[in-house]
Ligand binder design. Structure first.
Ligand code: F6R
Length: 607
């Protein structure tokens, strides 16, 4: 999603802004731009395409100055053009503004501004800078505050003005913004990644807050201009954690990170003797936990497939009726919720707009809302009344891998904790914890098969469609396998419960339509096996994920990836890894932009 960078201080702003934009590239974008206060005026440069194109455009001109803003745009209103790229200027050319979010009443505002304003783009963001211009009477922050009182929608914005070379104003409503502080230097960004090389001291703005940085001082207020006291936090992630560490892509590095980050997710949270887990951040008494009568997972995309697995885990281990809701649907339904409903929001970024809206809706209806989140200090993490960080570290590839795995781990720990408080036996609890502790070693074994999986991908590279099948807890794995393949290799793929094939999808089967099936050794093994036989009988090639020593799989599959066995509820932790590797290698073979696939964003902060 669009990225914002800003800087005010003693240093040259341009290199900080350009480097900041590069560090936000993982969010996805289609154009970029900068504006600096330089030689007594605001100078802007914008360009369609990559940051390199923008840097080239600025070239020798070298915008010198210590105040500036920059932006990567991902088109919402208006086409991908230079005119639509940010920063936007007002009629006088003295203001420059970068904006993330959507101004819902921009048409109304444009009408009210009338013909005295000249607009040069099709964006809602440009309307905003003209609105601010219309309220401006020498006080920059005052003009911003007045304008924002007329705005409906979401924004994260940074604005500068040529008559205020020592001032920058930042505001947030629904679009995240962080401010890094370092001895009078201030770094603004949509998330902490661009700030990390300079400082670890960060302040996160909340909705309805405006920060004015003027003459080296930072002051935060609400929209009524009343001062707000803010906390400065220390970020834990270091820069090295965000590097590729020798892997050719972030995605591959993140796939290989999984055994280590999985250990981080469970460390100090599982108890072998008691056969349970304890996640301290839940903020609920045991009595309240026992009274929970329904669990709902709200999430989007990959995180929603984790919710699907969570349904199996919670119903099997804890006996609690559980639902999974795509967050963008949940917010517009009339979910039946009361104070004994526990709503878990699952999100890597903690900024997904639909998931955040679902959390707010759940809270409004009286449910207990808790988070299963990766990014520390993110909006959802701060809005829920408790929950757990999954400790996957920064995930920079757009396609989620290690965060997915750690989400599965934490959901499982919760199911175990609730289960042991209810009727789950000590023996099953202990078996589960023991099996969890064996997972990292088994993951390592699967990762050793990366080259073998690359050869399989090579064999299937000409195919245009893929089907992924699973049953039980592996339905979610099949959906995730299909998601990984389509998002990074652009091959059409579908995930289905294997038993559903005969109700329609069988009609697609032919030698042109290969099928990936998860056929690991669990209570549904025989069912999956007969589904795979049906698929074979219709001419499709079959790639199987099966457990080591399965002689039947050897005969049945055209290709088989053998992996170690684990308990059924833990299978997603292992079974997904071959599918991640298959998608990764396929995307590389097809020459795709693996870490930054087209049309996708890492952090989806608009509805
Ligand atoms: C796919 C992927 C997305 C995200 C989804 C939710 O690989 O990463 O489907 O899972 O956009 O994002 P978060 O988890 O940040 O809420």
């Amino acid at each position: 999603m669009c990225g914002i960078v800003g800087y005010i201080g003693e240093k040259e702003a341009l290199p900080i802004l350009i480097q900041g934009l590069r560090r936000l590239e993982y969010r996805g974008y289609d154009s970029a731009g900068v504006a600096l206060f330089s030689d007594g005026k605001i100078r802007r440069a914008r360009s369609v395409g990559k940051i390199d194109a923008l840097a080239e455009k600025i070239g020798e001109e070298k915008f010198l100055g210590t105040l500036g803003i920059a932006h990567t745009r991902w088109a919402t209103h208006g086409k991908v053009t230079e005119e639509n790229a940010h920063p936007h200027a007002d009629c006088t050319g003295k203001f420059a503004l970068v904006h993330n979010g959507i101004i819902e009443n921009y048409r109304e505002i444009k009408r009210e501004l009338g013909s005295s304003h000249v607009f040069s783009s099709e964006t809602d963001s440009e309307i905003l800078v003209h609105l601010i211009e219309s309220f401006y009477k020498e006080d920059l922050k005052d003009a911003v505050l007045r304008a924002l009182r007329h705005v409906r929608g979401t924004y994260g914005l940074v604005i500068i003005h040529a008559d205020h070379p020592k001032e920058l104003v930042v505001a947030r409503m629904g679009s995240p913004l962080a401010i890094g502080l370092d001895n009078g230097d201030y770094f603004i960004a949509s998330d902490a990644t661009p700030i990390l090389p300079y400082t670890k001291r960060v302040m996160y703005l909340d909705d309805g807050e405006v920060a004015e940085i003027k003459d080296g001082e930072l002051r935060v207020s609400n929209l009524r201009d009343e001062a707000v006291n803010k906390k400065v936090e220390e970020i834990e992630w270091n820069e090295a954690q965000a590097e590729k560490q020798g892997f050719s892509h972030f995605m591959l590095k993140e796939i290989f990170d999984q055994p280590t980050v999985f250990e981080d997710a469970i460390r100090g949270r599982v108890y072998l003797e008691e056969g349970t887990a304890h996640l301290g951040g839940l903020n609920m008494t045991e009595e309240e936990m026992r009274k929970i009568s329904k669990v709902i997972f709200v999430a989007c995309g990959t995180a929603s497939y984790v919710g699907l697995m969570g349904k199996y885990m919670f119903e099997r281990l804890a006996g609690i009726p559980t639902e999974v809701e795509i967050a963008s649907e949940f917010r517009y339904r009339d979910p039946v919720i009361d104070e004994h409903t526990l709503v878990f929001a699952i999100s890597q970024s903690g900024e997904t707009a639909d998931t955040l809206a679902a959390v707010r809706e759940a809270k409004r209806r009286g449910a207990k809302a808790r988070g299963i989140i990766n990014v520390v200090g993110s909006t959802i993490a701060r809005e829920v009344d408790g929950g757990t960080y999954i400790h996957a570290g920064p995930e920079l590839a757009v396609a989620s891998t290690k965060a997915y795995t750690n989400m599965v781990a934490v959901v499982l720990l919760y199911a175990l904790q609730f289960g042991r408080l209810r009727s789950l036996s000590l023996a099953t609890g202990q078996r589960t914890v023991k099996a969890l502790l064996e997972i990292p070693r088994k993951m390592e074994e699967i990762l050793k098969k990366s080259d073998e999986i690359r050869l399989i991908a090579e064999k299937y590279k000409a195919h245009k469609d893929f089907l992924y099948l699973g049953r039980g807890i592996n339905v979610g794995v099949a959906l995730e396998g299909a998601m990984k393949l389509k998002e990074i290799s652009y091959i059409h793929a579908e995930g289905l419960p294997a038993g559903e094939m005969k109700h329609g999808t069988n009609a697609l089967l032919s030698s042109e339509f290969p099928v990936f099936a998860i056929m690991t050794d669990n209570q549904l093994y025989d069912k999956v096996r007969s589904n795979v036989e049906e698929v074979r009988a219709r001419g499709s090639k079959v790639v199987l994920v099966a457990n080591e020593g399965d002689a039947f799989a050897e005969k049945l599959g055209d290709d088989v990836i053998f992996i170690p066995k684990t308990m059924e509820m833990l299978e997603p932790l292992l079974n997904t890894i071959p599918l991640q590797l298959f998608a990764y290698h396929m995307a590389v073979i097809l020459g795709r932009d693996v870490d930054r696939p087209r049309n996708l964003a890492k952090s989806v902060t608009v509805e």
